[in-house]
Every structure is written in C-alpha cells, then in structure tokens.
Design a protein around this ligand. Structure first.
Ligand SMILES: NC(=O)c1ccc[n+]([C@@H]2O[C@H](COP(=O)([O-])OP(=O)(O)OC[C@H]3O[C@@H](n4cnc5c(N)ncnc54)[C@H](OP(=O)(O)O)[C@@H]3O)[C@@H](O)[C@H]2O)c1
Length: 344
C-alpha cells in the first residue's frame, strides 16, 4: 500500500507545485500551513533585509540563453543587482540574448560565455573585473547554471556522450568557479551551483546526467568547507522536474537523441534488448518530460535566497512532493528499503 502510494505516477499526484521554503526545502502546498507560513514570512523578511542592501552587487549567471538562467537574469536585475548574463549563443544572436539586450539596462549585460572554453571564461572574468567600480572589493555572486542533459541506459550510452555531458555540467562548473573565486573571495560573496534532484538520487536511464550532478554536489561540498573560513558561502539548488518549463529537452531533441543512440548501438546490445524495449524506454522518457512543473518561480526564489539571505541554506529542494518524498527516502533510509520501493 505504502509502496503503491510512493510509486504513484507524478501526473496523478495533487499539489504538483511546491510553495514555501523551509531550511532549503520547498515543501508542498498544505503541509503544516500555519507554522510554515510564519517561517516562510521570516525567511522572506531575512531575504528582504539583505535585498535592501543589494545596491548594485554584481552577479554572473551562466547559461542565460533560455530556461532558469534567462528568468533569473531578469529577476535579479529587477531586484537591483548588476547582472552579467553569460550566454552560449550571444555571438550567434540567439533570441534569448536579444530579449535580455532589449532591456537596454546598464545593470544587465550579456556576455559570450561557453563554460567549456578556457578563453571565453577568462575573458568573462576580465569583463566583469573591468566593469566593477572597485575590482578590489570583488564580485558578490556566481550562479553556475549552464547545463545539458541526456538519457539512455548504461549499455545504450556511448563514452562520447558521457564525456560531452560532463564537459558542460561538471568541468564547466569547476572551470568557471575556479576562474571567479578570486573575485568572490574578495567580496566574501556567494556561489550557487545548480545541481538537480538527480545529483542526490540516481535514476535508471539517467546515468550520463546523474554522474555529472553527483559530481557538482561533491565539488560544492568540498568547496563549502574550504570557503567557510574565508567568508564565501556555497549553496546548491537541486530542482526537480521543470523540463516542461525550460529548453533542456524538446520532443524533437528526444527523438534525435533516440535515433542517434539506436543507430550507434553495438550489434550485440541492439539484438539482446530489441527495438520494442528500446522504444518503450524512449516513450517513458517522453512522458517524464511532459509531466514536470511549468512554474519555475520556486527555483528562482531559491537562488535569490541563496544570494541574498544572511544565512543561505546549504541545499535547496524546489520540487513537487512526489520527488521530494522520494529523495528523502532515497537519501535517508537504507538502500535496501528504497530499493524495495523504487526498483520496479
Ligand atoms: N529543467 C529541469 O527540469 C532541471 C531540473 C534539474 C536541474 N536542472 C538544471 O538547471 C540548469 C539550467 O537548465 P534549464 O532547465 O534551464 O535548461 P535550458 O533552458 O536548456 O538552459 C540551459 C542553458 O545552458 C546553456 N548551455 C549549454 N551548454 C553550455 C555551455 N557549454 N556553456 C554555457 N552555456 C551552455 C544553454 O544554451 P543553449 O540554449 O544555447 O543550448 C541554455 O541556455 C542546468 O544545469 C540543468 O541541469 C534543470
């Protein structure tokens, strides 16, 4: 009975949209309303206290062409930050970049930034440094948001795919962080890494993505300990499923990945699993991509809190309560228990 409830498909669950932050956890609507409401107001008040002092604190966000990064750039700009929006496609005149540029604000500046390219990352550091009123006072915040995703069971995934995803999600995060740390240290500022719920719990057919996000979590934890005495606060935001609201996947992209994967499968794998099994897995992925939340405000609020609260949380969990509960079970109970519930 319990297992059946915990395994209910997302689309059948009530209250899909999360609401109030509670020690970094975005909890489902309706849970302990009065206590959480008071706590939520307290959290917001603390956030507001610092927001009053935002002044023109500088923040750089990676991956602002679309999705969370795009919304976050606009949101932080509206809160008074000096926002440097790193865009992969600035040089190609991407629509997202044009929209950000159309705000024509000297507090919102788009930069060409591919996090896999040492030269572009170094140029971004120089651009930020030379734009600061007093570079010796450093830069307040860095949000490592740029990311890509893919899917496929271990036997369906090529080594090139594993490396390609890690290059952006993991090494891109490490590279950008290392480059900006001298500026963050001077400001005793904030680092916010966008990980994923899949950086805390594994899922079948997601190993190329999960290993990069588990890596981001480990990197963030190590750095949080190292930076504590130096005054830089490191937070991780672990969004649930918001695919329907961002450009991480589209039906066309899923089909393109599936076709390439099938075409490149070793003969023995193709024969042993068969086309029917493969197509069922692709259909499952399509369902997952269509079932997520379309409202990204809880993610944006979490990052804003991490950048503005006097005591930001170590981890933020903006996700609906099916995934929140699953993550608690998978991270707090013995593996044998979560296996019993979730291996099916
Ligand atoms: N959406 C979700 O459900 C979800 C859940 C958990 C975690 N996340 C994480 O949230 C972050 C943002 O993703 P999103 O959902 O907002 O998807 P998105 O709309 O695809 O945004 C990702 C952004 O990163 C950019 N990017 C890709 N490769 C890059 C590179 N080498 N250098 C710099 N930028 C690069 C993309 O540019 P192009 O658009 O030009 O490719 C895009 O603007 C990612 O780290 C993702 O893993 C998302």
């Amino acid at each position: 009975m319990l297992a059946a409830r915990l395994c209910r498909p997302l689309s059948q669950l009530p209250g899909k949209t999360p609401s109030v932050s509670h020690r970094g956890t975005v909890l489902p609507r309706g849970l302990g309303r009065h206590g959480l409401f008071a706590l939520g107001s307290w959290v917001l008040t603390l956030g507001c206290d610092l927001l009053k002092q935002v002044g023109s604190k500088a923040v750089l966000i990676t991956g602002c062409d679309s999705g969370f990064g795009f919304s976050l750039a606009k949101h932080l700009h509206s809160k008074g930050f000096l926002v440097f929006a790193g865009c992969l496609m600035k040089d190609k005149g991407d629509a997202g970049v044009k929209e950000l540029d159309s705000l024509k604000s000297d507090r919102l500046r788009t930069l060409q930034l591919n996090v896999c390219d040492n030269g572009e990352v170094e140029r971004a550091v120089e651009t930020v440094r030379s734009s600061l009123k007093d570079p010796e006072k450093g830069m307040w915040g860095l949000v490592n948001n740029a990311g890509i995703s893919t899917f496929g069971e271990v036997e369906f995934t090529s080594m090139e795919t594993y490396k390609e995803v890690a290059e952006v999600n993991l090494w891109g995060t490490v590279r950008t962080t290392k480059a900006f740390l001298p500026l963050l240290r001077r400001a005793r500022g904030r680092l916010v890494n966008i990980s994923s719920m899949l950086g805390r719990m594994a899922n079948p057919a997601r190993s190329p993505y999960c290993i990069t996000k588990f890596g981001v979590e480990a990197f963030s934890d190590c750095l949080r300990y190292e930076m504590h005495p130096l005054g830089v606060k490191v937070s991780v935001v672990e969004p649930g499923n918001f695919i329907a609201a961002t450009s991480l996947y589209s039906p066309e992209r899923i089909q393109a990945i599936a076709k390439k994967m099938w075409d490149e499968l070793p003969e023995v794998v193709r024969r042993d699993y068969g086309k029917k099994y493969f197509e069922e897995k692709i259909a499952k992925m399509e369902t997952y991509c269509n079932s997520g939340s379309t409202d990204t405000s809880s993610v944006i609020e979490a990052v804003t809190h991490a950048l503005t609260a006097p005591n930001p949380y170590t981890r933020y969990h903006p996700m609906d309560y099916y995934w929140w509960l699953r993550m608690q079970i998978m991270t707090h109970l013995p593996g044998a228990v979560s296996d019993m519930i979730y291996i099916h």
